[in-house]
Design a binder for this molecule. Structure first.
Ligand code: UN1
Length: 507
């Protein structure tokens, strides 16, 4: 494990990844506890405002050079980073699992997402295409080109402590931008490990100091990025509340933001579904990462005629779930991130009961040997109604709401009747139903799947959602465009000066 972490018995100081340390010491430290066993695993210095300003200046200076490096060469450096992440997959995946609490499988899967986006970004580095247009004027040429944007601020959440950073950073780098990363204060150590892993590549390639920067801290540090006109793009992942604050601050200075916020994702199970596919998809979607993915399945909308069958199958599937240490691969479900998350789970459970909800799989807090951190809760299922306020909100915990429908249009209406719009899915073997769900009158989400669940998206597609999910798109498809500025060029290579729109102007 030590090989991916700075060797020090002192609280770790963040900085730029090539090693420069210009951090002021503060008495205060951020403490990272593992929800797996409740142990304090590191103390990290939070950045001061003065640290932050130094970082931004260093990043700005690095940008002056980095934007001149040919994009395929930037891609080559990202390729080498991908190799490093392949080399350290197990160590980093284990640290993700230990610091964040997701299962080792999912921790390794998260590092695999980094490797995948590195590969994607390498290809993208040779495909930063602009269009060419035919000018309406003779002897004129019109094209558009894409230029690097500047300093990109990345605010990431605890639940995907490293992958979401990489979707942003790898693309931003091939696009010629430089990055300042503010990881969640709940998972600072995995972020420091990533900086350490790529530091070697940056040093070996003489990449300017400041292409990859890290600041640590809570809300304050996020606000510095959001309010700072030197930050060309703020890409933020987290709660809708946080996203609204970032969006307001960035919009107030007419900056750019890319938001990936809460989800309230539903799966529709039609009477034409293959339940052998649907049930495991629902269970993985609802309890994977202990219900703390933004793509977690929170609502299940089941057709009346198969409702009881689905309910019974879910009960027996949940009875087989094994809850325990995320590092032990024989368990399906690990802990929540901290005791504050446990409180939100308990509050939601109480509210479900007060609203008249009936649990078909009971909630609960696990105690005793192996559960000393106090963060392990039972995944539960409640029969509920879509309009209840508890159902309308995203509770980051393994709580699944069971809803029912009679007609497909009613199912789609319920699926869309929440403030969030990230991920959605239908299980059906009926082609008409599937296509209707994907049509303009179907799901209103950024992600809509057929016969697979709501979570576990591949990096190749654009990732993000509508409404309170924030509208941003990250990772695949043409998400790279958010990290560049578009310039339209019209060149006159003739001997006359014809004006557009047929206007004549003679002197
Ligand atoms: C998140 O929870 O913020 O689709 C990201 C998924 C993962 C990413 C989730 N690939 O579930």
């Amino acid at each position: 494990m030590q090989s991916i972490l700075p060797l020090s018995t002192q609280p770790v100081k963040p900085g730029t990844s090539t090693g420069q340390q210009f951090w002021q010491s503060t008495e205060k430290t951020i403490e990272s506890y593992s929800p797996a066993d409740g142990q304090l695993i590191a103390r990290v210095h939070p950045s001061t405002r003065a640290d932050y300003d130094r970082v931004v200046e260093t990043a700005q200076a690095a940008f002056q050079e980095w934007r001149l490096v040919p994009a395929p060469r930037r891609g080559e450096i990202v390729r080498q980073m991908g190799e490093q992440f392949r080399r350290y997959k197990r160590e980093l995946g284990t640290l993700v699992s230990y610091e964040m609490g997701k299962s080792l499988q999912e921790g390794l899967g998260e590092v695999q997402e980094i490797i995948d986006i590195c590969d994607f970004a390498v290809g993208q580095s040779r495909q930063l295409y602009g269009l060419s247009m035919h000018s309406e004027r003779p002897a004129h040429r019109m094209v558009e080109q894409w230029h690097p944007l500047g300093v990109v601020g990345i605010i990431s959440a605890f639940n995907f402590p490293v992958a979401v950073w990489s979707w942003n950073a790898m693309l931003a780098w091939v696009c010629g931008d430089v990055c300042i990363w503010k990881p969640s204060e709940k998972t600072p150590l995995t972020a420091l490990a990533c900086q350490q892993i790529i530091g070697e590549v940056l040093r070996n390639n003489d990449v300017p100091e400041g292409v990859s920067c890290l600041i640590t801290g809570g809300r304050d540090a996020g606000e510095w990025l959001a309010r700072d006109p030197r930050i060309a793009l703020v890409s933020a992942t987290g709660s809708t509340r946080m996203g609204k604050a970032v969006a307001e601050a960035v919009a107030g200075r007419l900056g750019r933001s890319l938001l990936e916020l809460g989800g309230n994702n539903a799966i529709i199970i039609s009477e034409h579904a293959d339940l052998d596919l649907a049930i495991p998809a629902v269970v993985f979607g609802a309890v994977g990462t202990a219900g703390q993915r933004c793509t977690t399945t929170r609502r299940l909308i089941v057709q009346d005629s198969i409702y009881d069958d689905v309910k019974n199958r879910l009960k027996s599937a949940y009875a087989q779930l094994r809850i325990g240490s995320p590092l032990d691969e024989s368990f399906h479900v690990g802990p929540l991130i901290d005791q504050q998350a446990v409180k939100s789970y308990q509050l939601a459970v109480n509210e479900i009961r007060e609203s008249g909800g009936r649990f078909i799989v009971e909630p609960g807090l696990l105690e005793g040997l192996g559960f000393e951190s106090g963060c392990y809760v039972r995944p539960c299922i409640a029969e509920a109604e879509n309009q209840w306020s508890v159902v309308q909100r995203e509770t980051f915990a393994p709580i699944l709401y069971l809803l029912r429908y009679s007609t497909l249009d009613d199912a789609i209406r319920q699926q869309n009747a929440v403030p969030q719009g990230l991920s959605s899915a239908i299980f059906t073997l009926n082609m008409r139903e599937a296509e209707r769900f994907l049509s303009a009158v179907g799901s209103d989400c950024g992600i809509a799947n057929v016969n697979i669940g709501t979570s576990g998206a591949e990096i190749g597609g654009a990732f993000g959602g509508e409404k309170e999910t924030g509208g941003g798109r990250e990772s695949g498809s043409d998400a790279w465009k958010a990290y560049m500025r578009r310039q339209t060029n019209t060149v006159n290579y003739g001997t006359a000066l014809p004006l557009a729109q047929g206007i004549t102007f003679e002197l």
